[in-house]
Design a protein around this ligand. Structure first.
Ligand code: DX5
Ligand code: ZN
Length: 345
């Protein structure tokens, strides 16, 4: 697939908080979507949320894969597709082809869900399941290991501009988090419907990762950029007070050093971290030079998983550190004997 990605400032936004805003263009001027996408990007939204409706799963029609494909080249922002259609499997290749970065469909559809989720994953994209307000979170549990995203609908899907259902989110947010908890990194809870400056703090306080915001961004006379910043800041404030003991949330883009080890020890630790979904950057750092003349490697991980990684892999890190010390000593001993044995000049 060819994809022209414009450089964007949103890829690396160190310093921004934890919450991400996905702008739904459902309530934009549909006659000028390219302009809506441009505005959303200029406003600093983190992603574009695309609501696909088939007039069957929901009583409304919007657009399809062809339209998404046409918009793809207009922005470098990730595309989150939200398919409110009865038969996503039938069109899944088209949505992959269109360049969606994540594809979420509804758990309430009649057909089999597993092959569709597998197809999305096989396409290298994030796979998600959305749940209507009346559907229990337990409905997605059987698919836990096949999904990257759970979208909690806080309105009945079909239309923008409806009222936020706070009780639905209060009940479901912790359950959704629990479904995704088998992985240390990468699972996302999205909240879709009625998110605005009035409701963002609660959404953040309940630990949501992505706030889908539609009509609130397209209100006449409001500055879209300010709205995005306000909603993100309010959500982060919610995180700070409700989940994070008053500490500011870790910026999603921040990475920290986790260990500095000789190569083969670093590789062992990296394998363990990656096995639980933690993305690791392994760098030839400026660490100490070992007796074999090679520097230690640095393992970098997202700051958001640092505490969990220390809890889970702290002991392994210590053991590998001790092993590395022994290995260094041994090498030095060998080198010393080698020098001893070498003939005198
Ligand atoms: C509703 C859609 C939402 C909608 C959100 O079916 O899934 O993404 O655009 O719009 P607001 O933010 O206005 O509720
Ligand atoms: Zn949506």
């Amino acid at each position: 697939m060819t994809r022209r990605r414009k450089p964007t400032t949103s890829g690396v936004r160190v310093g921004a908080g934890r919450a991400r805003v996905a702008a739904s263009i459902l309530d934009a001027d549909l006659g000028n979507l390219a302009n809506a996408i441009r505005r959303v990007e200029a406003a600093g939204a983190d992603r574009v949320h695309l609501d696909v409706m088939d007039g069957h799963f929901v009583p409304n029609l919007t657009f399809g894969a062809k339209m998404i494909k046409a918009l793809r080249s207009r922005t470098g922002l990730p595309f989150d597709a939200h398919l409110m259609i009865s038969d996503p499997g039938r069109y899944i290749d088209e949505f992959l082809e269109a360049g969606c970065d994540s594809i979420t469909f509804h758990v309430e559809i009649d057909g089999p869900k597993e092959p569709v989720l597998r197809a999305i994953r096989a396409g290298g994209r994030a796979a998600g399941l959305a749940i209507r307000p009346g559907t229990p979170v337990d409905a997605v549990r059987p698919y836990a290991r096949l999904i990257d995203i759970i979208t909690i609908m806080t309105v009945e899907p079909g239309f923008g501009g409806q009222e936020f259902m706070a009780d639905v989110l209060r009940e479901k947010a912790p359950q959704a988090r629990d479904v995704l908890s088998y992985r240390m990194f990468g699972g996302e809870v999205h909240v879709d419907g009625g998110v605005n400056r009035e409701t963002a703090e609660l959404v953040g306080a309940l630990g949501s990762d992505v706030l889908v915001v539609g009509s609130a961004l397209f209100l006449r006379g409001r500055d879209m950029g300010r709205e995005v910043r306000l909603i993100r800041a309010l959500a982060d404030e919610g995180v700070q007070y409700a989940l994070n003991d008053g500490k500011p949330p870790q910026p999603s883009g921040k990475i920290v050093g986790f260990a500095s080890l000789p190569r083969r020890f670093a590789e062992e630790l990296r394998t363990e971290l990656e096995a639980v979904g933690v993305p690791v950057i392994m760098l030839r750092g400026d660490g100490q030079i070992n007796p074999d003349g090679v520097r230690d490697y640095e393992l970098m991980i997202p700051a958001t998983v640092e505490d969990a990684a220390i809890e889970r892999f702290g002991p392994l890190r210590e053991r590998l550190g001790a092993d590395a010390d022994r290995w260094r000593e041994e090498l030095l001993r060998e080198q010393a004997t080698h020098t001893d044995r070498s003939p005198a000049p």
